[in-house]
Every structure is written in C-alpha cells, then in structure tokens.
Design a protein around this ligand. Structure first.
Ligand code: DX5
Ligand code: ZN
Length: 214
C-alpha cells in the first residue's frame, strides 16, 4: 500500500489548520523545516509543529533540512513529531547516529535523508536503526521543482538494501512527485510519496491524493 505525504510547504501558512484538514485522505503530514544554512531557504520550526499537533491526529513526518540536527531533534519530538528525518550530509556520522538515538529515546520514529549527490551506499551505516529512508528527487530547499528521474536507480538500490537488511523500513521520495512521476517512483521501490504542489494546486485534493497512489 502506497502512502501519500503532502508537504505543507505548499499550503497557505495563514490557513494551516484548514489546509491540513484538506489532506485528511492522505497518510502523513510532511513538514519541511529549513534553517537558511543547510539549504538556501527558511521555512517553519518548532512552534509551528506544536500548533499543528494541537489540531490534527495525523502522522507528522518532520523533514529537517538544518545543520547539526542533533541540537534540535528532541525539541521536535516534544513538539509532536511522529517521525523525524535528518540529512546524512548535515553532520558527522557519529553525530547522525547520536541524533537518531535521541529521536528513538523520545519514543519516535527516526529516518535519514539523502540529497541528490549522496550515493545509495551512504545509508549502510544507518540502515539497521532507521524506520524510514528519504531519497530527495530535487535539491532540497524549495517546492515546485522538476523531478529528477535520474534518482530512480538510487531508489532501487536502497530498496534492495532494505529488503535484505531491514524490510520494515519505509522508503520515501520527495520533490517533483506528481501524477506523471508517481508511478516511476513506485516502480523503483518507493512506498511513501511526498507531494507539495501536486496536492495543493489540485482542484480536487482527495482525488489527487488517490491518483498519486498509482
Ligand atoms: C523540498 C522539500 C519538499 C517540497 C516538495 O526541499 O523537502 O518536501 O516541499 O515540493 P514539491 O512536491 O512541490 O516538489
Ligand atoms: Zn521534504
């Protein structure tokens, strides 16, 4: 069963509660956190996650695009995240392991994220201790970018590692996922699809969510 995780980066932040209700047919709420350093954009942070938590029971998938996420992962867990993902490129291997441990110690799910230039093998030191691996299909930082189809061999390679080493681990893709690219992602082995503009720009959001399931 394919899961859909609409990114609220494409929602109207002045009407966030309304825009979260609009995606009730989806599986996860994808929350993009950007610090203006790890990526060249600034989005939302801990107080917004707290506010979202108060108005929805949906699963909150918090994607941290920040340097040294170990500094903040516990606060995102306390704010109400169900899953926190950290970029492999955002700190040393030792600190990424420690960040994942801190998320687990809070009783939450932990995941790792790969930028487009990071190879599939980079997941191997972490694969046995994560509940989700996220492969970026755009350069992180902005919604509405073009889908990078050349990331599909990486998705397939990581699907192979997951099936062999940690079959319960989910495999998510993020960036440019739309009706014309969702099947490619599913065929490559992804089971969670993030979609921002493709969901929020749709005239019929529940129908678009159904369409993205492939
Ligand atoms: C990009 C974010 C994505 C983004 C996806 O840095 O991580 O979640 O919002 O937006 P679309 O689906 O419009 O590419
Ligand atoms: Zn994201």
């Amino acid at each position: 069963m394919i899961k859909i995780a609409p990114s609220i980066l494409s929602a109207d932040f002045a009407n966030l509660e309304r825009d979260i209700r609009r995606i009730a047919a989806a599986d996860y709420v994808h929350v993009d956190v950007m610090d203006g350093v790890f990526v060249p954009n600034i989005s939302i942070g801990i107080p917004v996650v707290q506010s979202i938590r108060k108005v929805t029971d949906m699963f909150l998938d918090v994607h941290l695009m920040i340097t040294q996420p170990i500094r903040y992962v516990e606060q995102f867990c306390d704010a109400g995240a169900d899953l926190v993902t950290v970029h492999l490129e955002s700190d040393t291997e030792e600190n990424i392991h420690a960040a994942l441990d801190k998320i687990h110690a809070k009783g939450k799910k932990a995941g790792i994220v790969l930028k487009p230039a990071t190879p599939a093998e980079a997941v191997l030191p972490y694969i046995n201790k994560v509940e989700l691996i996220l492969v970026m299909t755009v350069e992180p930082g902005f919604g509405g970018q073009k889908f990078m189809a050349d990331m599909m061999p990486k998705v397939t390679a990581i699907r192979g590692y997951i099936d062999e080493m940690n079959p319960a681990c989910e495999l998510e893709v993020d960036g440019g996922v739309a009706p014309d690219t969702c099947k490619t992602c599913i065929d490559a082995g992804a089971n969670v699809l993030v979609a921002g503009s493709a969901v929020y720009k749709a005239a019929d959001i529940p129908a678009r969510i159904a369409e993205l399931r492939g």
